[in-house]
Every structure is written in structure tokens, then in C-alpha cells.
Design a protein around this ligand. Structure first.
Ligand SMILES: [Zn+2]
Length: 131
């Protein structure tokens, strides 16, 4: 979701190469619906998880996010999203590993689908492969 990252420029992707599923924190959990549509209905064969340094999702906890919503939008809005997990992260590399594990546990993701994880360094424009 980060506005500093333009996938076509950062990763050399051109029109027709890939489905880009973006969300706050690059969450596979949040993206699962789109991942399944991409694979099962549209035939993609690989999943590449990319998170990045300097991510806003590193800067708050679930409790802090809920407190901000409550303060800004009031108790009705706060109650409506009381069980929402904002999916904050504390370490991009570990979050990539967690998402890979999450996807590997999904019966809806076939075992022959290649999944890789990367961290994009906004400071340098380089990507690190996460084992
Ligand atoms: Zn981010």
C-alpha cells in the first residue's frame, strides 16, 4: 500500500506480468481472497510476498489503532470494528515468514504453488530474499 513503492518500477513488472495485491502491511491474511481469485479463477502459479522497511504497520499496536479510531470516530465506529485485527507487524522479515507459513497451511493453496518472500528496502530500492 505504501505510496513510495511503484511495483512496475521497483520490480520491473510490466502490464500482463502479475496480479499485484496491495494492502496495509502486505498481509497474506487480508489478501487471501484475492490470492484465491488470482490462482483458482485466473490461473496464476506463484506467490511472491513483499513487505518493506519503514512500513507504517510497524508503528502501532492493535490496541493503539483501536484507540485512534475510537478517539477520531467515536464509540459507534469503535464498537463496529471492536474485533478487527489491524494486523500490525513488529519485524518485516518475521512478518514475511509468518505469511509464508500462513499460506502453506491453507488447503486452498496447492502445494505445488511456489511461494517466496522478500523485503523491499525503501532506503536503497533493493530487495532481500527471506529464507
Ligand atoms: Zn507498509
Amino acid at each position: 500500500m505504501d505510496a513510495r513503492i511503484i511495483p512496475s518500477e521497483a520490480f520491473g513488472i510490466v502490464i500482463g506480468d502479475a496480479h499485484i495485491i496491495r494492502n496495509a502491511g502486505g498481509s497474506a491474511k487480508e489478501g487471501l481472497r484475492s490470492i484465491l481469485v488470482s490462482q483458482q479463477l485466473l490461473g496464476t502459479q506463484e506467490i511472491v510476498i513483499i513487505k518493506h522497511t519503514g512500513c507504517g504497520m510497524l508503528t502501532f499496536t492493535n490496541e493503539e489503532a483501536h484507540a485512534v479510531v475510537s478517539k477520531k470516530l467515536g464509540p459507534t465506529a469503535a464498537a463496529e470494528i471492536a474485533t478487527l485485527d489491524f494486523l500490525p507487524i513488529s519485524d518485516p522479515e518475521q512478518a514475511v515468514r509468518d505469511d509464508i507459513e500462513f499460506l502453506q497451511k491453507q488447503s486452498a493453496i496447492p502445494k505445488d504453488i511456489h511461494i517466496s518472500g522478500w523485503v523491499y528496502e525503501v532506503e536503497t530500492g533493493r530487495v532481500r530474499h527471506i529464507e
